[in-house]
Write a protein that binds this ligand. Sequence first.
Ligand code: HEC
Length: 150
Amino acid sequence: MRSVIAIGLSALSACSAGDQTEPLRVPQAATGAFNAQGLPLLRNPLPDDEPTRAAGAQVYASYSCAACHGDGLEGGLGPALVNTTWIYGNDDTTLFFLIRDGSKALRAHGYRRLGHEPQQGEMPPFASLLREQQIWEFIVYMRAQARTAD
Ligand code: HEC
């Protein structure tokens, strides 16, 4: 438990580092088009297969995500990731930038909270901890879990 808290705190301190405005790094998965907020439109390059889902589960378990979103992605301090409510949307582009740059950065790009969950707070940026591939692995895992949820 102690280690979970320590990791959670380092994710929170990454949050304040992410508040500084940084030039947008364009992900390798960019399609060349842009979305309504002017962000590069992305398509998850990874297959929806068992090894990718397993790698995504590993990312989720290893980077303190579960401390806020629950062991089974059912929510806790942060919102559920397996229900049908999506705060900013559930397209690849939105989810990728939310996880990489955090919720404050998304709103700085013109996003608004459209979906509402009982939890209030900010999603910390994970840009300094996760490689692009790990974010895509997690998204494959999360979508598979959402399909099997009640
Ligand atoms: C310190 C708590 C915290 C941690 C750690 C955290 N999150 Fe979040 N996350 C949140 C909060 C709070 C929100 C909602 C943000 C908002 O309302 O703007 C969120 C939103 C999300 C969403 C969108 C959910 C929705 O319903 O639209 C996803 C996906 C997500 N987080 C994935 C992750 C992943 C992956 C990790 C680990 C790499 C992670 N989170 C770690 C607190 C956290």
